[in-house]
Design a protein around this ligand. Sequence first.
Ligand code: ADP
Ligand code: ASP
Ligand code: MG
Length: 466
Amino acid sequence: MSTLVMKFGGTSVGMTTGLSQVLSIVLYEHERWTNLILVVSALEGVTDALIEAAHLAQLNNQRGYRRIVATLRTRHLALIEHLPLGSTEKTALQTDLDRLLYDLLGTCQTVAEHHDDALRPEVADKIVHVGERLAARIVAALLRQNNLRGVAIDATDLIITNNAYGNAIPDLALTRERIATHLLPLLQRGIIPVVTGYISSSVTGKPTTLGRGGSDYTASVLGVGSDAREVWVWTDVDGLMTADPREIDDARVIPTLSYDEAAELAYFGARILHPRMIHPLREQSIPLRVRNVYTPQQPGTLVRDKLASMLPAIRAVTSIQGLGMSTSHNGPLAPLAQTVDSMLADLTGSHTDVTITSQSSSHSFICFVIPTMAGPDALHSLQVALNQDEELSAGWNTRPVQVVTVIGTRLGEIHTLTANVLLALEGIPLLALSQAPSHCSVSLVVETQYGETALTRIHNLILKNG
Ligand code: ADP
Ligand code: ASP
Ligand code: MG
């Protein structure tokens, strides 16, 4: 018996062209696998709009959140209108969407009535859930229209997490039990579950989310919980690439990567994968493929263990923003790191797992990586909060920095690879350098103004050697 989990991102389900690709992919794979489980994200941009609505509700700005809900309604109805659906399926779907959006207005109103000083992540989680619910219903209706037994499933019944609202971690044992009771019986009946990505619930049934970009994580958790043979992430690029193609024009697809390399790539800022999704797959040796929904004839990238070729090579480069703090004296860094970490957790709902420090007899430097998923304003908010804390900011020079991470097989063991990277960066002052324990990445901290040049020069090195 073979099970395949396929995740379709917001870039795939947001438009009719993407949805018709989704349909042909499902029709094709349906013939090849015993069971299919689909995971879908909200339409592109919908989660951002819902977070904005949550902020407006918390400010008691009724006109503001009502306008957003009305725009979401128009957008989803327009999408349905353009899909090849029969009138029964279309009417049922419209009624379903209206009910979800009506409930959303009710939730926003409750938030507005009890408005608080700041938007708490548990309040935002209640509101953002609807994005994935809307998308799953649309995809399931499209499957049914095409004689496939698609059923929309809310992951709140399946993925059980801790209470870290906004960035929750699934309890794999509890989740496996839920999958066994709620999902596997559907597969046995020949149903294709269309599961909402990103959303989950706590042990006590409160809405939680898995962090921005969390549908990837949903797919990996469902893959593990259903003993899937493979997990595929369908997106808008041809696979995992040597760099973000939006930043580097000549970025190339990497045909195969190890779990460690893919995990480092995701962890250090490549938005294409959720940073925590690789770990469960690696534990169960479930291969991951990343493919382009618009060019399904391309093989994409395969991520798995024990790659035939473990030749030392630099495979990819990522870049992520960070906050660098330096001081001209030297002293213990741990208390500062703890304080900034909890400040960041309050501001963004997520802990900064990555801190890079360096210390000499007369100088200390510490860099905190701001998770990409924390959103574009996180860096600014952290800087403002730090400046307000006089005791903390005294004597420290704080500035935004760029963390450029080089990912490569055996990078930490083969020093000539790191030496080549350092040579390529000649003339760019390095604020700090750190190596991952997995030996497959080296992170370099540079002033923001040098970030782009550093990225381009390292990428040229990859192309030259590749
Ligand atoms: P989805 O909606 O499918 O989840 P995302 O926007 O979350 O899509 O992720 C896909 C995007 O990730 C790509 O459009 C690309 O710009 C970006 N990206 C960042 N780094 C990389 C990389 N190394 N390889 C491929 N894509 C990358
Ligand atoms: N819709 C969610 C987000 O925008 C989850 C995802 O896209 O995977 O973060
Ligand atoms: Mg994504």
